[in-house]
Design a binder for this molecule. Structure first.
Ligand SMILES: *[C@@H]1O[C@H](CO)[C@@H](O)[C@H](O)[C@H]1NC(C)=O
Ligand SMILES: *[C@@H]1O[C@H](CO)[C@@H](O)[C@H](O)[C@H]1NC(C)=O
Ligand SMILES: *[C@@H]1O[C@H](CO)[C@@H](O)[C@H](O)[C@H]1NC(C)=O
Length: 337
């Protein structure tokens, strides 16, 4: 009897020790609930569980990556009917379906994690990896050589894949779609690595340059994935049960794929997770997607006058500063009915 209790106590202690809490205790909600993911990983004892148990520094980076992805998604979708909300119930609904929105979220999370882990290597936060120092084939131009601290995309790519893919053992259709979009997220970085160079030589003569590989800025990654969202491919299961095929023209590794049509995000709907667009701010003079006509789904809009303080009548004052008056400017803002 006593023996059993000791086992239980030890098990409880290990549990306390193992549940990871982010260092950054900012309670801001984002896509991934890493604590929950890790709790669920316990049963599988796979690669994910290994990361959860032993690689807490990597979890920190993954947490940062998820935050980065969330912010970027909200930026890219700021003018859309679905605005990438992290409101828990809505987000859960969106992630339960298999729409274009689901595809975008999965791809950008995967991209965010790849970026954050790779950045962790470059910045020295992670001890498991360093700058990418593999010798590359020299350029034919030969007026520069490899050097500096290259972003270690191989490591970020691998770890991101381990963390996201390994909990999914069953390779059913939904999982194949998910894996495809995770990969599309990683490709949005891997395929667009760029060369960054620094000049050496007497007084900026640039007689010698060293160059290294650098990841694209995340804003650019977000914009690229948004393009893929707009041109995403609807897919169906292949006959072999191991592939997905698109209904129209074939897709590539970089494209986003989905299998269910999106709900109408015009009105609130608990079932689909749509919050509706009532109260969203819109642009009364635009005819695009941010315009009131489209964003408010033809329901019309209210206007409200906001007063903002502004510097005005600025002039030089001898010597040498600029002096301004404060004026109140009126801005007319429109909101969906
Ligand atoms: C916490 O979140 C706020 C608002 O999103 C942000 O301005 C702030 O920088 C965050 N703090 C940390 C430590 O990340
Ligand atoms: C998204 O839209 C909802 C309502 O449609 C609004 O409550 C929320 O503040 C918006 N979120 C962001 C991040 O813009
Ligand atoms: C509203 O749309 C017009 C026309 O597209 C554009 O010129 C203007 O900058 C937009 N206003 C805001 C606040 O985005």
């Amino acid at each position: 009897m006593q023996k059993i209790w000791i086992y239980i106590m030890i098990a409880a202690m290990i549990d306390c020790y193992e549940v990871w809490t982010p260092e950054n205790t900012n309670a801001s909600l984002h896509f991934l609930d890493i604590k929950r993911t890790c709790r669920k990983a316990r049963q599988s004892k796979g690669k994910l569980w290994k990361i959860c148990r032993k690689e807490h520094k990597i979890l920190e980076e993954i947490n940062k990556g998820s935050q980065l992805a969330t912010k970027e998604c909200q930026y890219q979708f700021r003018h859309r009917k679905w605005n990438c909300t992290t409101q828990r119930k809505s987000l859960r609904r969106v992630l339960l379906t298999d729409t274009r929105e689901t595809a975008f979220v999965n791809a950008i999370v995967s991209a965010g994690i790849t970026t954050a882990i790779t950045h962790g290597c470059t910045s020295g936060n992670l001890v498991q990896c360093t700058c990418d120092s593999k010798k590359k084939v020299l350029s034919h131009a030969e007026d520069w050589e490899w050097g500096g601290c290259a972003d270690n995309i191989q490591f970020g790519y691998r770890k991101s894949k381990q963390f996201l893919d390994s909990p999914h053992r069953r390779k059913d259709f939904r999982t194949l779609v998910l894996f495809h979009n995770y990969e599309a997220g990683r490709q949005a970085i891997k395929k667009y690595m760029r060369l960054e160079c620094k000049c050496h030589g007497l007084s900026g003569s640039c007689s010698l340059r060293t160059c290294w590989h650098k990841m694209p800025p995340f804003r650019e990654v977000g914009a690229r994935l948004l393009d893929h969202y707009d041109g995403s491919f609807k897919v169906i299961p292949g006959n072999d049960g191991k592939s997905i095929i698109s209904e129209a023209k074939p897709h590539t590794k970089e494209n986003l794929v989905y299998s269910e049509n999106s709900p109408d995000f015009c009105v609130a709907n608990k079932k689909t997770g749509s919050l509706g667009t009532v109260g969203r701010s819109c642009n009364a003079t635009s005819r695009g997607i941010d315009g009131c006509e489209l964003l408010c789904c033809s329901r019309g809009h209210h206007t409200k006058v906001d007063r903002v303080k502004k510097n005005c009548k600025c002039r030089f004052s001898w010597c040498c500063e600029v002096v301004c008056d404060t004026c109140v400017a009126k801005i007319i803002k429109s909101y969906c009915k």
